[in-house]
Design a protein around this ligand. Structure first.
Ligand code: TYD
Length: 207
């Protein structure tokens, strides 16, 4: 595949979306073609699944259903949008991807990592990110940042759930040092952006 696949991961309020906007703007200014998307979501089928997943009225959803819906959304998104964009040589930036399932449904909901990995390979046709930026932030700080938002079904989970999600991300980052870049999410917006640009440019130069 000719393109580059970048993912952003982190707990709620880690600042992913702001950093993705800044990176998109930077790449655009450099004349580099990029395609920005998010999970759960993307094409219409995946967006319809997103609504089911985040709806606070779906409190009875069991962990297995939750995982399969995230994966169904991802399968459609990957096949319909991500792989074609990579084949066109684009830089694809995705707000959350497979590591979110390992962190939330694995670390948070305690589903088996083996099961998640096997089903994920199937759903993604084994597509893996080239770089993953983990914006690591203390869960309490993250929660404070989203205090004024209307919370979705996952955001309503307990502090302890989110702490387990964060720990799982840190474990994943250790396990996949080849693609993971951990960034201290408590730094200022500009500082974080500069670190991301530094890593991006050195990666692009190494290709
Ligand atoms: P979203 O509004 O996109 O949140 P954020 O701004 O934090 O990215 O909601 C996505 C929610 O879904 C978020 O709480 C994380 C969760 N999620 C999973 O539990 N598993 C997954 O595989 C993905 C992609 C997201």
């Amino acid at each position: 595949m000719k393109g580059v696949f970048i993912t952003f991961e982190g707990v709620e309020g880690s600042g992913k979306s702001s950093q993705i906007k800044l990176l998109e703007q930077y790449l655009h200014e450099q004349g580099i073609d990029c395609f920005v998307t998010r999970e759960p979501g993307g094409p219409p089928i995946s967006e319809a699944i997103r609504k089911l997943l985040l709806d606070v009225n779906n409190a009875e959803m069991v962990a297995e259903t939750e995982l399969l819906l995230y994966l169904a959304s991802r399968a459609q998104h990957t096949a319909q949008w991500i792989i074609p964009a990579l084949e066109q040589g684009k830089i694809v930036i995705c707000d959350r991807y497979t590591d979110s399932s390992l962190a939330y449904q694995g670390g948070g909901r305690k589903l088996s990592a083996n099961v998640i990995n096997t089903l994920t390979s199937f759903a993604t046709r084994n597509l893996k990110p080239d770089i993953t930026f983990l914006l690591d932030v203390d869960v309490e700080i993250g929660q404070k940042r989203i205090r004024n938002r209307k919370l979705d079904r996952l955001e309503e989970e307990s502090l302890n759930f989110h702490k387990q999600v964060r720990q799982e991300y840190l474990k994943l980052a250790k396990r996949h040092q080849d693609r993971y870049i951990i960034i201290d999410g408590s730094l200022g917006m500009k500082e974080i952006h500069e670190l991301i640009v530094l890593h991006m440019t050195s990666y692009l130069r190494s290709l």
